[in-house]
Design a protein around this ligand. Structure first.
Ligand SMILES: Cc1ncc(C[n+]2csc(CCOP(=O)(O)OP(=O)(O)O)c2C)c(N)n1
Ligand SMILES: [Mg+2]
Length: 370
């Protein structure tokens, strides 16, 4: 058990740890591109919400390295049980921008048919499991999936994501205990961004660190600089390798910061000092990785421009496409509930369709209140 925070890239972009084996250059570029895709999606997501085109958005600015470094340590066949602040994990696993944004709109082409909360993506074929809104409920599910993989001798590993706030839930302790006892092939991955909406970390736990809690459950816990994509990758890769080789769970705590509001419905100025945000802005994970790439001779201005242009064009084109899709048919809310629709529900559906024909029902939109 170590209480030292693992770091590879210092804030000035110089290297202090060692990547062994080294990360190939193409993968370094992909880290950068994906982090920028997440930020471009965020910029647009907040604008779309502020201009009333979507109801709700959850930004994850500041946590791009924590998302991308962790998911990159998995194999394609591994599972992610994410939180609502992990779009980078979905993008890395192969989710398309059109599908991501269709979900934000809950439009006719949204896979969730507008029935899930925005930002609660689900990509079955990518093993990116539908996001649970009640925090930490995904953790026992993730351990269950890991146990299933173990029984099937499949070598699949499960990443179980949570925030610092999630660690105060009963589900967190249930999952940790079960995984420790049965050596489930799971990596518990906590993005400690220091806030759970307006609740600061020191009101969340009296423990020295969150990672140290793993010791009580009988498996290793490590703390890593969550704004350092290489450190996150390294720590999670070790944990994934341990899980895959039968060594059981690991807990990884990534220290990071939510640079924006909790969601589009939150105003962090009401509960945290601006100086704290400024301090963390200086540790911006994208800036830090850019400096690193620059020092490695990989970054050029042309690469920067091309990466940002591509990310913004991709997002803008996706918005255009999604807006053409329109809303799901109101009558679709009756679908997928029963294999054969019971007569009372059929009557309600028919009644609603008749009522809609009167044209009395106008705009039923509005901001989601969370
Ligand atoms: C069981 C439960 N209680 C309360 C909430 C309301 N809620 C939504 S997000 C959140 C804060 C979670 O904080 P954290 O786990 O640190 O994740 P972060 O939002 O910082 O990424 C809370 C309390 C919820 N969704 N589920
Ligand atoms: Mg948090």
């Amino acid at each position: 058990m170590t209480t030292e925070m693992l770091q590879v890239i210092r804030t000035d972009g110089t290297v202090q740890g060692k990547m062994d084996p080294p990360v190939p250059e193409e993968m370094l570029r992909r880290f950068y591109r994906t982090m920028i895709q997440v930020r471009a999606l965020d910029e647009k997501g907040m604008l779309l919400q502020r201009t009333g085109r979507i109801g709700f958005y959850v930004p994850s600015g500041g946590q791009e390295a924590a998302q991308v470094g962790a998911v990159a340590a998995l194999d394609a066949g591994d599972w992610v049980f994410p939180t609502y602040r992990d779009p980078g994990m979905a993008i890395w696993k192969g989710a398309g921008m059109v599908e991501m944004i269709a979900h934000e709109y809950g439009c006719a082409t949204d896979r969730c048919k507008g029935r899930q909360m925005p930002n609660h993506y689900a990509f079955k074929e990518l093993k990116f499991v539908s996001i649970s809104s009640p925090i930490a409920t995904q953790l026992p599910q993730a351990v269950g999936a890991a146990m299933a993989a173990k029984y099937r001798k499949s070598k699949e590993v499960v990443l179980a994501g949570m925030g610092d706030g999630g660690t105060s839930e009963g589900d967190f302790h249930v999952a940790m205990n079960f995984a420790g006892v049965y050596k489930a092939p799971v990596v518990f991955y906590c993005q400690n961004n220091h806030w759970a909406i307006s609740v600061p970390l020191h009101q969340q736990t009296a423990s020295e660190t969150i990672a140290i809690k793993a010791k009580a459950y009988g498996f290793p816990g490590v703390q890593v600089d969550g704004n350092d994509v290489l450190a996150v990758y390294k720590a999670v890769k070790e944990a994934v390798d341990r899980a895959r080789s039968g060594g059981g769970p690991t807990f990884v705590e990534a220290l990071t910061y939510r640079m924006g509001p909790h969601s589009s419905s939150d105003d962090p100025k009401r509960y945290r000092p601006a100086t704290e945000e400024e301090d963390w802005r200086r540790k911006d994970p994208i800036e830090r990785f850019r400096k690193y790439l620059q020092k490695q001779g990989i970054w050029t201005e042309a690469f920067e421009k091309e990466t940002w242009d591509h990310a913004r064009e991709e997002v803008n084109a996706a918005v255009k496409e999604v807006e053409r899709a329109g809303q799901p048919a109101v009558s679709s809310m009756f679908d997928d509930v029963y294999h054969e629709m019971p007569p009372e529900l059929r009557a309600q559906k028919d009644g609603l369709i008749e009522y809609l024909k009167t044209g009395e029902l106008k705009d039923i939109g509005g901001a989601f209140p969370l």
